[in-house]
Design a protein around this ligand. Structure first.
Ligand SMILES: *Cc1c(COP(=O)(O)O)cnc(C)c1O
Length: 399
């Protein structure tokens, strides 16, 4: 739509090709290196841009179509996800997800993991109803049953179908066989869209496996400080890029300049944040798995976790979300109320550790256990985190 490519920040594209991801997060999206120039991009606050010709004659015309405020972050994200086209930032993760579902036509089918992020499930159900496509729910860790669902779509000759993948899933931590599912979907002409929020591009890059679209809730690890709500999409397909771009421009789910600036600022430390958060998460998961009051712990880094072998084969790390179950909703709620360092709140991916009983949300699927607590492990000292969590768990022993 707008010729954003012509305004590329010099160095970004080459940054991704040349450097490791740990360097790309720091280097990508910097202003041009001329004497006296800023090291960081500015917060670009203009809603309109000078021009007398057609709307698309100049690089920018109006802030809903495109603004230099988005470009550095979009280029950095594209570099990290190995996309040849710039990313597309949206006003929230769910806005990005709604746009991503737009290619599924009336009469088509969306195959979706039953334990996708609850907001994605709600949004997809509502969009499916309004747009008139079928929603098929699958256990994404059961590769054979997902392939059966893909076969059914191919056999039915559906106009078009999309396989939605979340891996690891929120909040059940199931790990999908990404290479197998993406290949199987491709063979049957089914689009694949992957919510890469939990893994981040540091741990997996699904476009490399042939996925069509990768979606992020930038709110979480990419921005990383629980101070913005933001989403993004990346794709290597020109037609899909055009489609997503016009969904954003015409429906207007755009990101604010300051939020995008904060997201890029947060992205600079993604790699060091993930290192610390993952190592904390691994230790917390081990200790929870050995805890007498814990019924079950799910973390793909645990050697006996059902997702471990797959995660070890396809990811560069196991992430920093850990879930565990105690034997009642009452106990789980009491634990979330008893912690003093952990913050009882929804969301994840920030520097501070969060704890939440997921079934407190009425819309969370009933197959998520009542006593399940989701931990977003942050970057505090491991001993402080464990002491606080362990004390909170033990305080509920008499309940
Ligand atoms: C939070 C989340 C979303 C939704 O993103 P928002 O930024 O809250 O709109 C989507 N997918 C996953 C996996 C999430 O954790």
């Amino acid at each position: 739509m707008t010729s954003r490519e012509s305004s590329s920040a010099p160095g970004s594209a080459s940054s991704a090709a040349e450097f490791a991801p740990e360097t790309v997060v720091v280097d990508a999206g910097r202003p041009e290196r001329v004497p006296g120039a800023s090291v960081n991009p500015p917060v670009e606050l203009s809603s309109t841009f000078i021009g007398t010709g057609g709307l698309h004659d100049a690089p920018y015309a109006y802030g809903r179509f495109g603004t230099p405020a988005w470009v550095p972050f979009e280029e950095a994200l594209a570099g990290l996800e190995h996309a040849a086209l710039p990313g597309l930032v949206f006003g929230s993760g769910l806005a990005a997800i709604a746009a991503t579902l737009s290619p599924v036509p009336r009469g088509g089918t969306l195959i979706m993991p039953r334990h996708s992020y609850q907001g994605s499930l709600e949004s997809a159900a509502e969009i499916a109803e309004r747009a008139g496509f079928d929603l098929v729910s699958v256990d994404i860790a059961e590769t054979d049953s997902v392939i059966t669902a893909l076969d059914a779509v191919a056999d039915a000759g559906a106009a078009s179908a999309m396989l939605w993948i979340e891996s690891p899933t929120n909040p059940m931590m199931e790990v999908a066989d990404l290479p197998a599912l993406i290949t199987a979907a491709k063979k049957r002409g089914v689009l694949t869209a992957i919510d890469n929020t939990f893994a981040t591009p540091l741990l997996q890059t699904p476009l490399d496996l042939g996925a069509d679209i990768v979606v992020h809730s930038v709110t979480k690890y990419l921005a990383g400080h629980s101070d913005v709500v933001l989403g993004a999409v990346v794709t290597n397909d020109e037609d899909l890029h055009q489609r997503l771009h016009s969904e954003r421009a015409l429906r207007g789910a755009i990101a604010g300049p300051f939020e995008v600036w904060l997201a890029l600022r947060g992205l600079r430390t993604l790699s060091v944040r993930m290192d610390r958060a993952q190592s904390n998460a691994a230790r917390i998961a081990e200790r929870l798995a050995a805890h007498p009051d814990v019924v079950e712990t799910r973390f793909p880094g645990l050697p006996d976790d059902p997702g471990h072998a797959r995660a070890a084969a396809q990811m560069n790390g196991f992430g920093a979300v850990v879930v565990f179950c105690v034997d009642s909703a009452q106990k789980a709620t009491a634990i979330a109320e008893a912690v003093r360092l952990w913050t009882p709140a929804t969301s994840l991916g920030g520097v501070e550790s969060l704890i939440e009983r997921r079934r407190r949300h009425a819309s969370e699927p009933e197959s998520v256990p009542e006593g399940l607590l989701r931990l977003s492990v942050g970057i505090e000292h491991i001993d402080d985190l464990w002491t606080d969590l362990d004390a909170a768990i033990r305080s509920t022993e008499t309940l």
